[in-house]
Structures are given as structure tokens and as C-alpha cells.
Design a binder for this molecule. Structure first.
Ligand code: 173
Length: 500
């Protein structure tokens, strides 16, 4: 790539078909002919820009380096002389007009009073594909619902007459100050839902002393996010381990050099779960019938947004790799996606600094248990071996957290902090940075009230005796319906017949 070839608009325009498809992105020309059928978003959208400048369409959805990392270098054809390119006038589609109308009809942010409300608004304003990708969970979506239900099976045992005039819910996570015992958990592809993507989280977190976990598959690049930080603002990094360990090594070391305070290695996704809402979306407007008639059985295309861009993830990742991670970074290492006491023990013995008890927001193995339930057996097993208490080993829980009371239950049962993903995502999809700030404010108000009512002035005073978790492992007890959650939850759809 030393002497860069410069191409002209007409040269690129000559390659505007399925047989030879060149596109321009960020001033560079790419031959994407062989990539058409692999494109997670389908070939149709690329073909729309065949021979043209696709930057404006590409930008909101893809991380800046998506094309360079996915396309072999020999398909990078050169630079474009932009003065020779006919400008693509981006038409406002009916879908975009519709979306703007929905945004205009949003309830004012002041009317949002709990985290469920953000989900309802997001469902109303998001493009269908984005909603399908974010909201979907795996298979029958039993686990995503269980994540909520499990918190309802933990009951409080509040203490009284403790002078709760002042209560404090601040804490540290991996030694870093956090104004809440909550961190913003990683969610991918933020620009599907808001033009500023994950930067909405960064800016809100800066204003409120909350730690953001940056996702490997964020729409904004890692550096864009860190560059937007306020002085002293802290981040964690969520890591998908690449089959090419050199890429992972560079990424991790770059993050450490930029001051990231913890490496959260995702260990529950050697393959992405089947998210059927997301998968069905691929067929909408894609004329699935016609594809079948052409005799093309394009498996990838049916798999939804996430699965299609996850092929770089290394399924061979194993316990044997932990020493390698230890050798390449001094950041604390946390395994995200532990689901049993057995693996929690192995993690502790492997010398990592923490674990996240998680089922990936119900998006991986369906009917895996909730993090809060797993917490019970994990703390018991680690205590039995004398591994706990250990100030150098922290346990986090994520999945289904919508209330400060959920967080307080997890802390009483031994968690150091709790990860919250979708609610913050829905908050910025609905209202941008202001939405995320509001979500944090709601947490604050709920922490204050619940800690007073519980009789805990600090998080240290939240002891296991403050909860009754005896029903937690029983999966068939009758629980009252969580109306807010169930109103937001959208059932799976059945197969669609073709319109006649
Ligand atoms: O849950 C997810 O959607 C996820 O983790 C992911 C993984 C690969 C690509 C995009 C998202």
C-alpha cells in the first residue's frame, strides 16, 4: 500500500453491478464483489451504492475500521479523486420521515419516571431492525424474562430505627470511584439507534461519575470514545477475543496505554446465540422467496445482525489462554459470563481479579440461569474454600436490572456492583445523552429511598440477612406479574406467510 493508486469517479462507476461492485468509503475505493453475500446487512444495501460513494450510509452503522478489517487488502483498490465523483444526494426515505415523526411524538423526558419507560419509548422510536437487534434474546427468550423474574423471588428483610437521614450509595469498582454501584455494561452497534452512538453514554457518564464499559463492537471507535472523555473519567473494556491473537494483543495494549482500568473478557459467546427477532428482520423487505428461487441458500444472511459480524470471535478460547492475557497486560482481568460455582472457582484459581455472573442479557444459552441466582452458589462455594472475603477479587452481576432495589439485592448477596446494559442503551436511543443522565438520576433517587427503607446507610451495611433469597432457586413459584416489564416485553413472532 506504499504508492497509493488514485482512481476517478467514472472508473469506480463502471463497477456498479453484482458481477463487479466497487464502492467508495471515507475517500477510499473497495472491491466488495466477493463480500456482497457476506454483508451482515444483506447485499441489497451495498448494491444500492455500487459504483458510488457509500460513506454517508456506511458511517452511522459501522465502526470506522469495519471495512478495512473485514476486507482482504488486495480488495483495497486505492484512493479516490473526490472531485471526480458525482455527489450522491441522500434522499430522506419514508422510513426516516416516519422515524422523525415518532421522535417528535416522544413523551417529554420529564415524563419518564423509571427505567422501563425508556424501553417503551425506544420500542416506539427505533427503526424496526435496530429494535429487533437490541431487544432480541436467544431461542424462546426464557432467560431474558427469567432475568427479571429472579429479582422478584428475592424479598427484603428491612431494618428499622437506624437514623437514615443520610445515606451513601457510592462505591469503588476495581479500585476506581463510582458514584453508583452500577456500571454501564457493553452493548454493540449504538449508532443503529442514535447518530452519536456510544458517545451519548460517554458524555453522560462523565457528568455523573459512572464507569462505561466500552464494547469491542461499539459503533464508535475505541479512540473516539476515549477522546471524548472528561479528565479523570474511567473506562473498562469489553473484549471479544480475535482468532488472530496479534489483533487482540494490540487492541488490549492500546486500551491499557489509553488508561482503561479493567479488561472484561467475554467468555459466554464462543458462538452467538440465535436471536429470532433479529433473524426474522433480515427477511423483511429482502424478498426471501425470490432468493430461494434463485437457488441461493445464503445461510449468513438469515442469521441477524450480530451473528453476521461475529465470525472473528475465537471459539477455541480456553482456560489455557488466561496466562497469555496476564502476560500482555497489567490491567485487572475479569471474566464476563460465568454461570456456575465450578467456573467461579476455576476463575479465582486462575488468578483473575473478578467475574461477571451473566447470561449476556439472555442472548446466549437460553434457559441459562440468572446472574442473581448464580451469585448465591458462587459466594457459597468461594467462601467454603476460604477464597472469600478477598478485597482483590470482585463479583459483579448483570441482566434484568431495572431498579435500584435489584442492585441492592445483588449487593446484599455479595456482588460488588451490577452491570446495566439495555436500559442505558434504550435511554440514549430515545433521548440521547440527556436520557442516560436521566436514567442515572432515576437510579440515584431509587437508591436513596430504598436504602432508607432498608435501613442501610452505606453499601457495607447491606448484609445477606437483609434479603430472603430462599425462593430464588425455585423456578416454579408463583410471582406477581411485573406489569411495567411485561408491557415493554414484546413476544416472539410466528413465521410470516407471503402476501398474495
Ligand atoms: O449480544 C450481542 O449482540 C453481542 O455481543 C454481539 C456479538 C457480536 C457482534 C455484535 C454483537
Amino acid at each position: 500500500m506504499s504508492d497509493v493508486k488514485v482512481l476517478t469517479g467514472p472508473e469506480v462507476a463502471a463497477h456498479s453491478s453484482r458481477d463487479s461492485c466497487w464502492i467508495i468509503v471515507h475517500g477510499k475505493v473497495y472491491d466488495v464483489t466477493d463480500f456482497l453475500d457476506e454483508h451482515p446487512g444483506g447485499s441489497k444495501i451495498i448494491l444500492k451504492y455500487a459504483g458510488k460513494d457509500a460513506t454517508e450510509a456506511y458511517e452511522p452503522i459501522h465502526p470506522p475500521d469495519a471495512i478495512t478489517t473485514n476486507l482482504p487488502v488486495q480488495k483495497h483498490l486505492g484512493a479516490i479523486d473526490i472531485t471526480t465523483v458525482a455527489k450522491v444526494v441522500k434522499e430522506v426515505t419514508d422510513e426516516e420521515k416516519h422515524r422523525q415523526a415518532l421522535l417528535d411524538a416522544r413523551p417529554p423526558l420529564d415524563n419518564v419516571i423509571n427505567l422501563h419507560d425508556f424501553e417503551i419509548v425506544a420500542k416506539g422510536v427505533l427503526p424496526e431492525k435496530a429494535w429487533a437487534y437490541y431487544s432480541s434474546a436467544s431461542d424462546d427468550e426464557i432467560t431474558i424474562r427469567e432475568n427479571r423474574l429472579a429479582y422478584q423471588r428475592v424479598w427484603f428483610r428491612p431494618r428499622i430505627l437506624r437514623d437514615v437521614s443520610s445515606v451513601d450509595w457510592s462505591t469503588t469498582i476495581l479500585g476506581q470511584k463510582s458514584s453508583l454501584p452500577v456500571y454501564i455494561s457493553a452493548t454493540a452497534l449504538g449508532k443503529l439507534g442514535h447518530p452519536d452512538g456510544e458517545l451519548c453514554l460517554t458524555r453522560a457518564a462523565a457528568n455523573h461519575g459512572v464507569i462505561q464499559m466500552i464494547a469491542t463492537l461499539a459503533s464508535c471507535s475505541f479512540d473516539d470514545i476515549v477522546n471524548a472523555a472528561a479528565p479523570g473519567q474511567n473506562f473498562f473494556l469489553q473484549l471479544y477475543v480475535n482468532r488472530d491473537r496479534e489483533i487482540t494483543r494490540k487492541y488490549v495494549q492500546h486500551a491499557e496505554a489509553r488508561g482503561v482500568k479493567g479488561l472484561f473478557i467475554t467468555v459466554d459467546a464462543p458462538q452467538l446465540g440465535r436471536r429470532e427477532k433479529d433473524m426474522r428482520m433480515k427477511h423483511v423487505g429482502d424478498d426471501a422467496g425470490a432468493e430461494v428461487q434463485k437457488g441461493q441458500s445464503d445461510v449468513k444472511k438469515d442469521q441477524g445482525v450480530a451473528r453476521a459480524i461475529s465470525s472473528f470471535i475465537d471459539p477455541s478460547l480456553s482456560w489455557k489462554d488466561i496466562p497469555w492475557f496476564r502476560s500482555i497486560t497489567k490491567m485487572p482481568i475479569i471474566l464476563k459470563g460465568i454461570a456456575t460455582a465450578e467456573d467461579a472457582i476455576l476463575a479465582y484459581e486462575a488468578g483473575v481479579q473478578g467475574i461477571v455472573l451473566s447470561n449476556h442479557g439472555g442472548r446466549q444459552l437460553d434457559t441459562a440461569r440468572s446472574g442473581i441466582e448464580v451469585l448465591l452458589e458462587v459466594t457459597a462455594a468461594l467462601r467454603l474454600r476460604g477464597y472469600l472475603p478477598d478485597p482483590k477479587f470482585e463479583i459483579y452481576v448483570d441482566g434484568g436490572v431495572r431498579r435500584a432495589s435489584d442492585v441492592l439485592k445483588a449487593i446484599a448477596l455479595g456482588a460488588k456492583a451490577v452491570g446495566v446494559g439495555r436500559p442505558f442503551l434504550y435511554a440514549f436511543c430515545s433521548y440521547g445523552q440527556a436520557g442516560v443522565e436521566k436514567a442515572i438520576q432515576i437510579f440515584r433517587e431509587e437508591f436513596e429511598m430504598n436504602m432508607r427503607l432498608l435501613g442501610a446507610r452505606t453499601l457495607d451495611e447491606l448484609v445477606p440477612e437483609m434479603v430472603d433469597a430462599t425462593a430464588l432457586t425455585q423456578h416454579t413459584v408463583l410471582s406477581p406479574q411485573d406489569n411495567l416489564y411485561h408491557a415493554a416485553y414484546q413476544p416472539l413472532a410466528f413465521a410470516k406467510f407471503k402476501e398474495s
